[in-house]
Design a binder for this molecule. Structure first.
Ligand code: TRP
Ligand code: SF4
Length: 327
């Protein structure tokens, strides 16, 4: 039986960090085995918030693709493409925009939240309101059965289903209604214990060199109740410990747990152990990244192949769409 298809994208607004790795990328990697995966760079979506300073979009596009391959996403198995290289997305977005009621967009909870949060940018634009319509085009273009995303994207997938239903009802049944494949949220926080994010300046990047990782780990906030070296600590509320649970062998994690609670182990030493193990895990990723950076033509070729595959599907879908709409 043919594998079910999934589509997911990321906005290119900076390099990948550990939040992306444990929040999305390892999940994408796992899905590779059982699904026909389309993973893409949503550069037009990035433009909705970065339109006045677009440099980061072009700069990070290739960095991100290199990060994807370096952590084990396999372009021989999954299809990578760049949204703005497949112009059909713009055409489908336009057609969907004709049939999407304004009320659906205005009541979208993610939209309302972003208007409140992104106060440094003026996002009271036509394009930003239509963000989920473009996202629906990204997904339905490939007739995806599922969309692996975090909880915040749930309303967008729901709207995608509604747009598919409306199109099918108005014209002809062309699109499936894709399922939300909810990504489990990662426990890892940034070094200041807030959500890991480039804009908070608290992220550990996959491309950070090892001395940078040492420094960042040394700055991590631990159990806030543990003021002095002689105070016992509580690993249950310590972000450093959450990292140990992922990066340190389990017998040592057990020992750290005990030694922290009796104050036999201090945070400085505890962090040194973590930095070492984290660097050990990042080393093969750095290795792979170096290899790819020395061979950028190969990366370009991978993108071109992915784009070509995505484009041929997009062209077929658009033929059906024009026919259904009778254009
Ligand atoms: N909106 C998504 C995000 O912010 C990115 C995205 C754009 C996307 N198009 C998509 C995700 C299609 C899944 C499917 O992360
Ligand atoms: Fe956290 Fe380690 Fe310090 Fe305990 S010893 S509070 S686990 S950093």
């Amino acid at each position: 039986m043919a594998k079910k298809r999934i589509v997911s994208g990321m906005r290119p607004t900076g390099r990948m960090h550990l939040g992306h790795l444990h929040g999305a990328l390892y999940n994408w990697k796992k899905l590779q085995e059982n699904y026909d995966c389309f993973y893409f760079i949503a550069d037009w979506h990035a433009l909705t918030s970065e339109y006045s300073d677009t440099k980061i979009i072009g700069e990070s596009t290739f960095d991100i693709i290199i990060d994807w391959i370096s952590i084990g996403l396999d372009p021989e198995v999954a299809t990578f493409f760049i949204q703005s290289d497949i112009k059909e997305h713009a055409e489908l977005h336009l057609i969907y925009s004709m049939i999407t009621p304004l009320a659906w967009l205005e009541r979208n909870p993610t939209y309302k939240e972003q208007l409140q949060q992104l106060t440094q940018r003026d996002i009271y634009t036509y394009g930003f309101l239509g963000y989920p319509v473009l996202q629906a085009a990204d997904i339905l273009m490939y007739k995806a059965n599922g969309v692996p995303v975090g909880e915040d994207q749930g309303p967008h997938v729901e709207m995608t289903r509604e747009i598919a239903r409306r199109f099918n009802h108005l014209y002809k049944k062309v699109f499936p209604e894709p399922d939300l494949l909810l990504t489990p949220t990662s426990k890892l926080l940034g070094i200041d214990r807030r959500k890991m994010s480039k804009s908070y300046n608290n992220a550990i990047f996959l491309s950070d060199p090892s001395d940078e990782v040492d420094k960042k780990v040394a700055r991590m906030i631990t159990d806030p109740q543990r003021a002095r070296r002689t105070d016992p600590g509580n690993p249950d509320v310590c972000n450093v410990f959450s990292f140990h649970e992922i990066y340190t062998p389990s017998d040592i994690v057990k020992q750290i747990d005990g030694d922290c609670r009796t104050a036999a182990l201090g945070c400085v030493d505890c962090k040194k152990i973590l930095a070492e193990n984290l660097n050990k895990a990042l080393d093969p990723i750095r290795e792979k990244r170096k290899e790819l950076e020395a061979n950028l033509d190969k990366v370009k070729e991978i993108m071109e192949q992915g784009n070509a595959k995505a484009r041929s599907i997009a062209q077929e879908t658009m033929t059906e769409v024009r026919e259904a709409v009778k254009l």
